[in-house]
Write a protein that binds this ligand. Sequence first.
Ligand SMILES: [Zn+2]
Ligand SMILES: [Zn+2]
Length: 207
Amino acid sequence: MSEKSNRPEAGEGTGHLEDIPTKQNNDDWKNRAPYRSIDKNEKFYKRHTAHCHCGRIKYWLSREKPLAAKFCHCIDCAPFQWAAIFHKEDLHFENGAEGLAFYHAPTKGTHYELPVKVSCSYCHAPIMDEGRNMVLMFPGIIKFNTPEDKKAFDPQCHIFYSQRVVDLPDGKPKWVGLDNGSELMKDVQPHEAETVVGERKIEITDK
Ligand SMILES: [Zn+2]
Ligand SMILES: [Zn+2]
């Protein structure tokens, strides 16, 4: 875990996934997961289905449970974002990269370069952040079949909690930056909370 991810600067791109930016000089990425088209003979197990707001973007997840699920409180996700981590191979877009919009925060570019923010180019619903090795999905658009399916996406912790604009005293672990790569913070109860926007109250607890 890198230490530099603990305190991202505003506008720098927070590097949720601790990625080293890489140059992409061609369209090879369209043939890789999660954008590659699945051959008719190749079975992709469609465990979960998701649609963006306008319905133009549809994707499936083959994995029942994310590798991890978190609430992210970083500046980019403000006030906070529910996020679930998957391998790229766990994800398949119905129409590949078609209809997707890309934003590369480090250069403020609207091209495909990792790490990249991916949204629907029409309704602008956030779909995911794609890192070099993993994707961080926003599961709010998944159509869960059962309450148990949704439960598998329950966040285990809060990350970048030092940057929060709202307190969520739910008893779950709260990390200053990335989980396990930073320090834990005290879970402040609502009556004790004195958070002033712009002035970050940091309370570090012993591990
Ligand atoms: Zn859309
Ligand atoms: Zn975030």
